[in-house]
Design a binder for this molecule. Structure first.
Ligand SMILES: [Zn+2]
Length: 159
């Protein structure tokens, strides 16, 4: 078992690997099973030695990582390509409504002496923040970032 970072290791049932989900724990083979689990977030992965991949089956579609000898490659949704189209759509989803409201507030400003004349500006900022948080929420959902696991680790000491 060569632990030196200079030499690459293949994915096998004997070694330990960094957890691709929480990036804190290590994953190792579970006794009598062709699966690995993380000692920190307790996520379970199935192993494909032939393609050097592990799969997280607890979600649909499963997330797949490939071991390149040193680290895990970026997670892929099995059968789904997250391309530039999705990124552009996400940016448009944030920018478009915000700029519509900002243009409205700019060209039709309320008279400064009326009460609540600040509402259009607050509304613009709220639109931006809300659309941004929707995108962040979708991203967390898609990639299953284990916020609950982090939280559990913070509030209870590791045994
Ligand atoms: Zn983990």
């Amino acid at each position: 078992m060569n632990k030196s970072p200079v030499f690459s290791t293949t994915l096998n049932f004997q070694d330990h690997y960094p957890c691709p989900i929480c990036r804190i724990g290590t994953i190792s083979t579970m006794p009598l099973m062709e699966a690995m689990s993380c000692d920190f977030c307790h996520e379970i992965f199935t192993i494909n030695l032939e393609s050097q991949e592990i799969k997280m089956p607890s979600r649909q579609p499963p997330l797949v990582w490939r071991w390149n000898g040193w680290k895990w490659n970026q997670a892929q949704l099995e059968g789904v390509e997250l391309g530039w189209g999705y990124i552009l759509a996400a940016i448009a989803f944030i920018i478009f409504p915000t700029s519509l409201i900002a243009i409205g507030a700019y060209y039709f400003p309320p008279r400064p002496d009326v009460p609540l004349s600040w509402i259009p500006y607050i509304w613009t900022i709220l639109t931006f923040l809300l659309h941004l948080s929707i995108i962040i929420w979708i991203f967390i959902e898609v990639y299953q970032i284990p916020i609950q696991a982090y939280w559990r680790a913070i509030i209870q000491p590791r045994n």
